[in-house]
Design a protein around this ligand. Structure first.
Ligand SMILES: N[C@@H](CCC(=O)N[C@@H](CS)C(=O)NCC(=O)O)C(=O)O
Length: 202
């Protein structure tokens, strides 16, 4: 298996943290997206959308989408569980993972897409979109701060895929000056804890 990776990317970081939490090591290949290496016919054969990460399997087929890659790796390596041990737990983690994706990760990604140098020559940037999503993300952060007053991690008492999606979003948030406001004590506590995990720099 080969993980086609983009070290600075939010979505590839999810997979690297997931692998580190599982203690799995697989070959990784950096793709020079800034130089256009993800927009070649060769890369489009792996992922026609030209996005990273991509997991290339030994049979030559490929899985794109960070959550799908993690789902596959979880099935192959169930321990430690990051997507739930029971059907109820799995549903709860899925619910929170999807919420982190739609309410936090995607809005922060949109701020980045519409304001960063990286995307300046790649998409038509609309500054108002970045401003609008910044407000959306801050609103979601305030909600999450209230949620985390009552439990250690996003989906409950244990670290899970939902935490990985959220922590990677906040790492990207730093690059767009979208940091957790200091008055959000519970969210700040959670982010300090997940950032201190040995896997956080994977
Ligand atoms: N939904 C996809 C999103 C992947 C994605 O947007 N990847 C970004 C990096 S974080 C990328 O490859 N950008 C390169 C480009 O758009 O040229 C996933 O979860 O894997």
């Amino acid at each position: 298996m080969i993980l086609h990776d983009l070290s600075a990317g939010m979505h590839p970081r999810r997979v690297r943290i997931f692998l580190a939490e599982k203690g799995i090591s697989i070959d990784q290949r950096q793709v020079d997206a800034a130089g256009g290496a993800n927009a070649t016919p060769e890369f489009f054969r792996l992922n026609p959308l030209g996005k990273l990460p991509v997991l290339e399997l030994d049979d030559g087929s490929a899985i794109a989408e960070s959550l799908a890659i993690c789902r596959y790796l979880e099935a192959l390596n169930p321990n430690p569980p990051l997507m739930g041990r029971t059907p109820r737990e799995a549903a709860s983690i899925e619910m929170w993972t999807l919420r982190m994706e739609s309410e936090l990760s995607r809005p922060i990604a949109q701020v980045f897409r519409h304001s960063s140098d990286f995307y300046r020559s790649r998409i038509e940037q609309v500054p108002e979109v970045a401003i609008w999503y910044r407000g959306y993300a801050l609103h979601a952060m305030a909600w999450l701060d209230r949620e985390l007053a009552e439990r250690s991690y996003i989906a409950g008492a244990h670290y899970s895929m939902a935490d990985i999606v959220a922590q990677c979003a906040f790492v990207l948030g730093k690059a767009t000056d979208l940091r957790i406001p200091a008055e959000m004590k519970h969210l700040s506590r959670w982010f300090a804890e997940v950032s201190a995990r040995p896997t956080a720099r994977a």
